[in-house]
Structure formats: structure tokens, C-alpha cells
Write a protein of this length. Structure first.
Length: 234
């Protein structure tokens, strides 16, 4: 018997950024409880980090992961998926209020409960690279949304609105159009009946004014000799 096997799509992994030295700290529980009102404050964290190693920001099949790797031995210390739409309602990475080199991480524990850890860098350059790599994820998501909107708009513009051979086009008159058309017909019928009675309307009065003529003494004398009254020329 033949058995059908389904092959999983190959994993595509892209390293967005690498930070040689990153530090993990414990966040005091009282600060975690007050995070919604006071935020995170790195100056209140313990001075000693619980871990130090290499951090790689990885894009794996359009999903971003924070990969904390040991530098003194092989293996992975922690892998955190960047998921800002989690049901907990908090972002995976949040900035602290008193420094540009420290951040707070929300990590989902084994039982699904969130664990909050502090993340620090030795320089502002490393912090900038970290934020730029996370911003690349948001830019890709925004580009994907715009591409989908453009695709839907082009599909709507290319839609065929022609009428098929077995289809009929029904036109609906506007309200009151039948009444206006009836009044127009009755008015034209009344006019035609009046004209058929032999009566004709008088033409409208002319608005053209008579031109006044200015007569000189010589012209008046000439008309007088010809016995022509001046009123005929006025």
C-alpha cells in the first residue's frame, strides 16, 4: 500500500541583526505590578545580570524571534517570539522610562503565564541596531497590508460589468417623474387644441426703437420746398 506523506515547507531564516553582548536581568515583582502606571525603570533592577551572551534577531518564515545564544558554550539560552498581538495585551518588547539601552521582555512561561525579564546593552549603538531590527518586522507587516489592499483594489477595477446574453437591464424611474411627464403631455395637448381653432397669436411687440434723424436748416428748407411733412421722417 502506498502511504501519502505531506512535506513541510522549507524554513527560511534571515538574520536581521546580531549583538555580540546582551544582558538579561531580573525585574522586581513590585515594578512588574506597577508597569501599567509607572512603567519600567532600569535603575531599580539588580546590578548583576543573570545571563550574558550573544543576541540574534531572526526572521523565520516572516516570524521574528529573539535568539539568546551562549558564547562560553554551545546551545541556546532563550528564544522569544516577537508577538505584539498576544492575548495578554502587552508588547513583547517595551522600552524603560529612564534609559535608551534597556528594555523589558515579556516571555511566555511553560504554563502559559507571562514572565518579565530585563534586557540591556553595553552601548547605544547596540541598542539602536536592536530597535532597527524590530522596526523591520513592522515595516514588512505594513508593506504586506498595503500590498493586499492594492491587490483587492486592482481586482475591483478589473471586474467585468458587461451584461450577459441571458441578462436583462431594469431601469427604475425616479419618484415623481411619471407625474411630471403626464403634466407635460397635458400642457402640450392644450396648446395644440387652441392652435387648431384658427386663432393665431399676435407677434410680440418689437423692441426695436425708431432711429431719430437730426435735421439741419438746409434739409428742412429742402423738405419744405418739396412739400413733405417732417412728421414722416421723425
Amino acid at each position: 500500500k502506498l502511504q501519502m506523506t505531506t512535506e513541510e515547507p522549507p524554513q527560511t531564516e534571515i538574520t536581521l541583526a546580531t549583538v555580540a553582548r546582551a544582558f538579561i536581568f531580573e525585574i522586581p515583582p513590585q515594578q512588574v505590578a506597577q508597569r501599567s502606571t509607572l512603567g519600567y525603570r532600569a535603575k531599580e533592577w539588580p546590578k548583576s545580570a543573570i545571563w550574558c551572551g550573544r543576541l540574534r534577531i531572526i526572521d523565520r518564515n516572516n516570524d521574528v524571534f529573539l535568539s539568546f545564544e551562549h558564547t562560553d558554550k554551545e546551545g541556546l539560552y532563550l528564544s522569544v517570539p516577537v508577538d505584539d498581538d498576544a492575548s495578554q495585551g502587552a508588547e513583547t518588547v517595551e522600552s524603560v522610562t529612564d534609559s535608551s539601552r534597556y528594555f523589558a521582555l515579556r516571555v511566555v512561561g511553560p504554563q502559559g503565564r507571562p514572565i518579565f525579564l530585563g534586557l540591556g546593552f553595553g552601548s547605544r549603538e547596540d541598542s539602536f541596531d536592536f530597535k532597527a531590527a524590530l522596526g523591520e518586522k513592522k515595516r514588512r507587516e505594513e508593506a504586506a497590508r498595503e500590498s493586499e489592499m492594492t491587490r483587492k483594489r486592482l481586482e475591483a477595477e478589473q471586474r467585468d460589468y458587461s451584461i450577459g446574453a441571458s441578462e436583462m437591464l431594469h431601469l427604475k424611474a425616479f419618484p415623481g417623474s411619471e407625474e411630471r411627464r403626464t403634466k407635460k403631455k397635458s400642457g402640450s395637448a392644450g396648446t395644440s387644441s387652441n392652435n387648431s381653432g384658427g386663432e393665431s397669436l399676435a407677434p410680440p411687440p418689437s423692441t426695436r426703437r425708431k432711429r431719430k434723424v437730426k435735421f439741419t436748416n438746409l434739409m428742412c428748407l429742402h423738405l419744405h420746398r418739396m412739400k413733405c411733412p417732417l412728421k414722416d421722417y421723425l
